[in-house]
Structures are given as C-alpha cells and as structure tokens.
Design a protein around this ligand. Structure first.
Ligand SMILES: Nc1ncnc2c1ncn2[C@@H]1O[C@H](COP(=O)(O)OP(=O)(O)OP(=O)(O)O)[C@@H](O)[C@H]1O
Ligand SMILES: [Mg+2]
Length: 359
C-alpha cells in the first residue's frame, strides 16, 4: 500500500481535480484505491457525488476514533474506489488534534490500520499547511503538487518545499515531490515558459504529462463523477490516464533505484573515523536501541537515528576500543540479534547475542 498526497498551499490549482482523477484512473486499472478527503471544504467528496450532510461518519472519525469500523466510514463510489468523505466538521479536527499526543501521525496510524485493504491511498488536502496537511505529509510516500499554468505563480510550490524542510528536520523523511502542470495550454508562450522554469528546478520531479483545461472537468464535477464516466469525455480523459500511468512508472523507477542502493549498502557494524558505525535496516520500526557489553547491557539502550539518505535504515556511531563486544538491538521493545552481522555467541544463559570483534 502506497500513500500519495496531493498538496499545494495555493488555492484552486487543481489538487482536488487531480486527486479525484488519479484515484479513478488507478481504480479503473484494477488497483484498490482509497481517496481520503482531508479538506474541510469537502470538494473531493462532492466531486464524487457524496454530500457530507448525508454522511454520519467521515475523515474526522477516521483520524480521531480508531474504534470505528472502516466500512462505516467509507463510501464506495465505483469498483475499486472508496472515499473517506469530509465536511465542515473536519475543521474542528485541527483544534482537536492539537491537544492530542502524536497529533502529526494520526493519519498515518489510521491508514496503516487498513493497509491490507488498499493498494493506493490518495489524500486530497486543503490550501493551507495546518496540522491536517502536515498529517498528509507525514503519511505520504510521495507528493503530487499541481501547478496552475494559467497563472505565473510558483509561490505555493516554494512554500511546500520549505515545509518539506521542516518535515525532514522533524521526521528525517523526505517524500519525492512530483510536479504536474495543470490547465496547460501548449499554444501559449506563457504555459511553455512556466514549464521550462519548472524543468530547471532542483528538488522536484517534473512530470512530462500535462493536463489541459477542459470544460468537461467542470461538467463532470457538477454531475458528481470523474470525467471518465462521461459518455463523451474527450482528450482530457487521456491526460488524466497518462498522468496516472506516468506517475506509477516514475514511482516504480524510484523504488527500483532505492532497492539497488539498499543492495549496495553494507549493513552491520562498520569501522569509521569516529569508531564503529552500527547500520541496521528496519523500515517498519518505530524505535531502535542498541545495548551490549559497551553499556553494561543497560535495558534503556543507546538510541539509533533514522538515516536521512536511506529510508528504513538506522545508525549510531560508538567510539569502541579494541576488544570483543556482545550486543543486541531493541527494536520496538524486542531484543534481537543483528540481522546484518552473522557472527554470534551463545552466553552462559543459553541466549544468542551478536558478537563484534574490534581489532
Ligand atoms: N484541467 C482543468 N480544466 C478545467 N477546469 C479545471 C481543471 N483543473 C481544475 N479546474 C477547475 O478549477 C477549479 C479549482 O480546481 P480544484 O478544486 O481542483 O483546485 P484545488 O487546488 O483543489 O482548490 P482548493 O485549494 O480550494 O482545494 C475548479 O472549479 C475545477 O473544476
Ligand atoms: Mg481542493
């Protein structure tokens, strides 16, 4: 299951339109898709024919009440496409969340509870970076930022990149940021100049797919369906399908590259200038500590930090003098030998520990 958040602080640039159509295109391809409407305006819900006032439960409950059954919160709008709808009550969630511990990870916790039910979770966000949108950034494996090619302002994109810096500082996480030109008119100098400007920027992945402006988008929204459901959708349908395919391909490429980097990465304890670097691959771990002879097997352990460059990798450097050291990792409370280091020893209690020989 992968999470894509559609973000841009700039209002009206096409976040909801793209979230709906990506979700619909992937669902048509056979992926099981959940669209989470994380905007109190509720436009993604409305655009798929769901009226918040007719729903008892929605995103507010999804975020704040882990006891509610997913089936009671989602609305199935098409084959393979479910929506967690939102309405104005969601604006209260922002204040509610602010009072709670773990307030920035409520969305990811909610999504992970249903990870087996979906292949894709697409999150439509509001034009602001409050706690709700920050939850989307924390949950996202990747981001899609629509840029409205009919107005020459990249202010929203710059703001998102600044927010990603904050995210990286706080969580050591930086999801790849894909940018798509929306309402793009190939005939105008204006649209083309904007696209060239985007192409020259670092830190973003500019998509080749561009979305034209089409009256069908508004017609479909008014009817509460994606354009694919109109009998005469016209070429805009292809734009959305191409975007869905390109994004899928680009994400797959990135994953392959990451796997190749992981294969090159040497795990286990490695000598470095400051001593020994312990390197562990534990992508699903929430907390990792190291304990052993070097800290007299203190059960509190020595915390490992998440690597910024390699997602899922944890490291810590210890200034160890030559000698033999038995050790274990404490991964989310479980005491485990080092999976990246084959040398072990059985202690007098009959327990197996990892053994490091520093020469
Ligand atoms: N490619 C397009 N062709 C025609 N109209 C479009 C297109 N993309 C978006 N629009 C229209 O522009 C308006 C704003 O789009 P949308 O609601 O998707 O933006 P948004 O970024 O979600 O806005 P907000 O920031 O308020 O959530 C809508 O009326 C929508 O129908
Ligand atoms: Mg919107």
């Amino acid at each position: 299951m992968k999470v894509l958040a559609v973000v841009n602080q700039k209002g009206g640039c096409g976040k909801t339109t793209l979230a709906i159509h990506l979700a619909a295109a992937w669902a048509k391809e056979g992926f099981r898709v959940l669209l989470v409407d994380l905007d109190p305006q509720g436009h993604a819900s409305l655009g798929l024919g769901i009226h918040a006032e007719e729903q008892d439960l929605g995103t507010y409950d999804f975020l704040l009440d882990p006891t509610v059954n997913i089936g009671d919160m989602v609305v199935g709008v098409e084959k393979n496409l479910d929506v967690v709808p939102s309405g104005i009550i969601l604006s209260a969630a922002e204040q509610e969340l602010a009072r709670q511990p773990g307030r920035e990870s409520k969305l990811i916790s909610a999504i992970l509870r249903h990870a087996d039910d979906y292949d894709w979770v697409v999150v439509d966000t509001a034009p602001s970076v409050g706690l709700l949108t920050f939850n989307a950034l924390v949950a996202a494996d990747s981001l899609l930022v629509p840029v409205d090619s009919s107005t020459f302002t990249l202010h929203g994109l710059e703001k998102i990149l600044e927010t990603l810096e904050v995210l990286e500082e706080e969580t050591h996480k930086r999801p790849p940021c894909f940018v798509v030109a929306n309402q793009f008119d190939r005939r105008t100098l204006f649209s083309n100049e904007l696209y060239e400007d985007l192409a020259s920027r670092n830190r973003i992945h500019l998509l080749e797919s561009r979305i034209r402006s089409s009256v069908k988008v508004k017609m479909a929204a008014a009817g509460g369906v994606p354009v694919m459901s109109l009998s005469k959708a016209g070429p805009i349908r292809l734009d959305f399908e191409n975007l869905a395919e390109e994004l899928w391909n680009r994400l797959t490429e990135l994953n392959v590259k990451r796997d190749e980097e992981m294969e090159k990465l040497i795990l286990g304890p490695q000598p470095c200038a400051e001593g020994i670097r312990f390197i562990l691959n534990a992508p699903d771990a929430g907390e990792v500590y190291l304990t052993g002879d070097f800290n007299h097997w203190n059960p509190g352990g020595i915390p490992l930090e998440k690597s910024v460059d390699q997602p899922g990798v944890w490291t810590v450097v210890l200034p160890l003098i030559p000698g033999n050291y038995e050790y274990r990792y404490i991964i989310d409370g479980q005491w485990l030998t080092d999976p990246g280091h084959s040398q072990t020893i059985v202690d007098e209690m009959g327990l197996e520990n990892s053994l490091l020989v520093v020469s």
